[in-house]
Design a protein around this ligand. Structure first.
Ligand SMILES: Nc1ncnc2c1ncn2[C@@H]1O[C@H](COP(=O)(O)OP(=O)(O)OP(=O)(O)O)[C@@H](O)[C@H]1O
Length: 807
């Protein structure tokens, strides 16, 4: 899709010699062990491979854990390598990085990138993320030109679910765009790049910092001098993304008078004054949704919750009805000792002494608690990939039992967190063997024991998920047990046996409270496509007693997949595993069918009504999803803030011949010129100081003051690692970037007040990073100088820095 070029928030994805890179990348992915035998740079316990991409901060590298036998399947990760000296020079960068880390450590959602851990050596900070192998979403759309409606619907539902989840955590992304979305290998959407993330609070939720990329950023970010409601800005961006998915191009890009898009203010003028138009192939139901989202006035813009209820997303209502806290509860249920007691085992427990409340401690913790060993699962023998499903599950269960032993903690008093030790003597699990190897071999890096990972790490969930009960065992007598085979063929959401992450969702599944067993919709009740034939059937299927859909699909009924099974696909072998992933995602190439009869009927009605023009168009109520207005309004109405609500005449969607349609589409594509530009977020006021601290009081890493102006003491309480493990745990604290010089004392005052009312909120922007020791082969930049080339990306970045604007 030539029409949606990549737009960077700051800079371009400049990779020289693309072919070489892609070949190298493929080799890395398919043959990490073979690569492992060659001399590679390492970063902590990871071998560093090819460059996956490049962003503002530097390169993102493929990494994998070291394998010590040919049978071990290394775990793949993506390591965002950031030069520490570049951070010291650039306070804004520092803010972005720690924002990202702090946000990610609180987010555990299948459609949000997992933060594995954060490491650093003398030159680099490495943000270790799960490796998402499906590629960049914008490229995916480019390849397909545009998405089938059903695919767009599924992916948009995932986007909205992720956004709703982060909003429920009090976080807003503020830079949602195609370029910040990746696909996993099952073509599930993964939201990345949380550099602009910020907190909002019910009582103080308006923000002032202009963020994002112009073509995706909500108009109020630029045209209004008022503070904006950040959640609604995320909603706008989601609308632009949905439009791009369905149309194959962005709803607004350059106008003729501003062809390069250089004049950002003008671009926004264009956006707010140009009525939203749709190509004919976007059907009325998604149009209706888009019309509700892409409303310049944020107050009239639909909310995330209302989007979730919209008719177009009906096929995914069950998934969308999963409450955000479900994902957390799932973790808490399965590893409660972590949420309240801190870590166990060889990692010393890190917990914030200043936060007695576990919840607030979690949210405000200055550190990323170390749970790596619990979550780490030993590489599985390649041979096990080809084992039967029964073998697979017994293998998992065996491992699970071992892990369970390993995870068993000694000690009872929750506050006595530092005393918990893992019962490792009786657990010769592969995990321990692996880590032991790391310990003995990686003398300088001192093994994974020094790693820092997020509390509630999803990988931990995966491990723990399988502990309670054998797969297929069902505790609810009212529900039918399902076989292994059925388990992997759940309605529309067929779950590959080896999913690496709980990305799919299973409407109608229920999970027994006490265990992880899953309930299933009997497969034979679903159509050949895996979908129920119509919405009524769907409701009946999910809701035999006629309760409301949401009531039925509450958080206790809905479920994620069995994470234990997902583990099997970790590593490159999964790439070539015979699992039919198409079952998991639906056929993306399937026809652009309306998802239910109801929609078909609606479309027909609309087509009919569209023929009748003349009567005024109904006003859209953003919160009312009672359906589509079809009446025509002669002129765009102007709302109370002078922003047009951009009515769209549905009659324009009347049928045309294919030829004229194609011609018009082509014209549309041609007309669209996409500029490469970004809006630099002005964080002028960042009072970033460089201050370092570790457990011994040594100067180690970058840190800065928290918004309350006080150096938070929490991070200084770092228990000593056991001997032979890593000891430099640096506390990084950053100021609230939204408190800036432009706002002066007034803003600070507001924040201070807010801080009084909400103590501890703003200290979230602080993290702890494990410091790596280095050896000769450690990734420290030699020969890999990220900043060595003055890339186009860098030039663009500098350009936008110079043009930095603030509203
Ligand atoms: N977890 C991941 N798995 C696979 N590839 C990744 C991952 N994270 C990043 N990449 C690749 O690296 C590229 C750059 O990453 P990312 O966008 O996060 O960097 P950035 O410095 O934040 O960029 P920018 O702010 O310019 O958008 C991505 O476009 C993607 O191709």
């Amino acid at each position: 899709m030539a029409s949606v070029p990549k737009r960077h928030t700051y800079s371009g994805n400049v990779v020289t010699d693309r072919n070489h890179h892609s070949v190298q990348k493929t080799n890395d992915i398919l043959h990490p062990i073979r690569k492992n035998q060659r001399k590679h740079a390492t970063f902590g316990p990871y071998i560093v491979g090819s460059t996956l991409g490049e962003g503002e901060f530097g390169k993102v590298k493929l990494g994998w854990t070291k394998a010590f036998s040919p049978n071990e399947v290394p775990k793949q990760v993506a390591i965002k390598l950031i030069r520490r000296d570049s951070i010291k020079k650039d306070a804004d960068k520092e803010v972005k990085i720690y924002r990202e880390i702090n946000a990610l450590k609180h987010l555990t959602h299948p459609n949000i990138i997992y933060l594995e851990e954060v490491l650093q050596n003398s030159k680099y900070i490495g943000i270790v993320l799960e490796f998402v192998s499906g590629g960049e979403f914008y490229k995916y759309i480019q390849r397909k030109r545009r998405l089938k409606e059903s695919s767009a619907c599924r992916l948009f539902a995932q986007l909205i679910s992720g956004v709703d989840y982060m909003h429920s955590k009090g976080l807003v992304h503020r830079d949602l765009k195609l370029e910040n979305l990746l696909l996993d290998k099952h073509e599930n959407l993964v939201i990345t790049d949380f550099g602009f993330v910020n907190e909002f609070f019910e009582d103080n939720e308006l923000m002032r910092t202009s963020c994002g990329s112009p073509c995706y950023a909500a108009p109020e970010l630029v045209v209004s001098t008022k503070a904006y409601e950040a959640r609604k800005a995320d909603v706008w961006s989601c609308g632009v993304i949905l439009y791009a998915m369905l149309a194959g191009y962005l709803p607004w890009d350059d106008d003729h008078e501003n062809p390069t898009g250089d004049d950002i203010a003008r671009l926004y003028q264009y956006i707010t004054q140009t009525p939203l138009k749709f190509p004919e192939y976007i059907t009325p139901v998604p149009r209706d949704l888009l019309r509700r989202i892409l409303v310049p006035n944020p107050r009239r813009r639909v909310s995330v919750r209302a989007i979730q209820r919209h008719e177009w997303l009906k096929p995914h209502h069950a998934f969308l009805s999963i409450q955000p806290n479900y994902w957390d509860e799932q973790l808490r249920k399965e590893r409660p000792q972590l949420s309240t007691r801190g870590d166990v085992g060889r990692h010393t427990t890190y917990s914030s002494p200043t936060s007695p409340d576990p919840k607030s401690r979690d949210r405000n913790s200055l550190i990323i608690e170390s749970t790596m060993e619990q979550s780490r699962v030993s590489p599985q023998p390649l041979a096990s990939r080809s084992a039967s499903s029964t073998d697979d599950s017994s293998l998992i269960l065996n491992n699970a039992k071992m892990n369970e032993k390993e995870l068993r903690v000694v000690g009872e008093h929750p506050s006595d967190s530092t005393k918990y030790v893992r019962d490792i003597k009786n657990s010769p699990s592969p995990i321990e063997q692996t880590t032991a190897r790391h310990s003995s071999k990686g003398k300088k890096h001192t093994s994974v024991a020094g790693l820092v990972t997020i509390p509630g790490s999803p990988t931990t969930v995966r491990t723990r998920d399988i502990l309670s009960e054998p797969i297929g065992q069902v505790s609810d007598p009212g529900q039918k047990a399902f076989t292994q085979e059925e388990f992997h063929r759940i309605g529309n959401y067929h779950v590959p046996r080896s999913r690496p992450r709980p990305t799919s969702y299973y409407p109608g599944l229920s999970r027994n409270n006490a265990d992880n067993s899953l309930m299933d919709i009997p497969v034979n009740k679903l159509g050949a496509t895996g979908r129920s034939s119509d919405s009524k059937n769907l409701d009946r299927l999910y809701n035999p007693e006629g309760k409301s859909l949401n009531a039925v699909h509450d958080s206790t009924k809905a479920t994620i997949s069995n994470n234990a099974i997902m583990l099997l696909s970790e590593g490159p072998a999964a790439k070539t595993s015979p699992v039919d992933y198409h079952h998991a995602i639906g056929d993306l190439n399937a026809g652009d069918q309306p998802t239910t009869e109801a929609i078909v009927k609606m479309n027909e009605d609309l087509a009919y009504k569209a023929a009748e023009s003349g009567s005024p168009r109904e006003k859209i109520d953003p919160e009312n999803d009672s359906m589509i207005s079809t009446k025509k309004e002669p002129n765009a109405s102007t709302d109370d803030e002078g922003m047009e609500t951009q009515p769209e005449n549905v009659s324009r969607s009347s049928k045309k011949s294919d030829a004229s349609l194609n011609k018009e589409n082509k014209k549309n594509y041609d007309r669209k010129r996409f500029s490469f530009m970004s809006l630099y977020s002005s964080l002028n006021g960042s009072r970033s100081t460089v201050e370092s601290r570790n457990s011994k009081g040594n100067s180690v890493a970058v840190s800065s003051r928290n918004p309350s102006g006080q150096s938070n003491k929490t991070g200084s309480k770092i228990a000593q690692q056991q001997s032979g493990t890593i000891s430099d745990n640096s506390v990084l604290k950053v100021p609230n970037p939204d408190t800036n010089a432009n706002d002066g004392g007034k803003r600070n005052e507001t924040n201070d007040n807010a801080e009084d009312r909400n103590p501890g909120r703003s200290v979230r922007a602080s993290v702890m990073i494990s410091t790596l020791r280095e050896d000769g082969n450690t990734w420290s930049g030699e020969g890999h100088n990220v900043d060595a080339q003055t890339s186009t990306a860098r030039k663009v970045l500098n350009f936008f820095k110079r043009r930095s604007m603030r509203v």
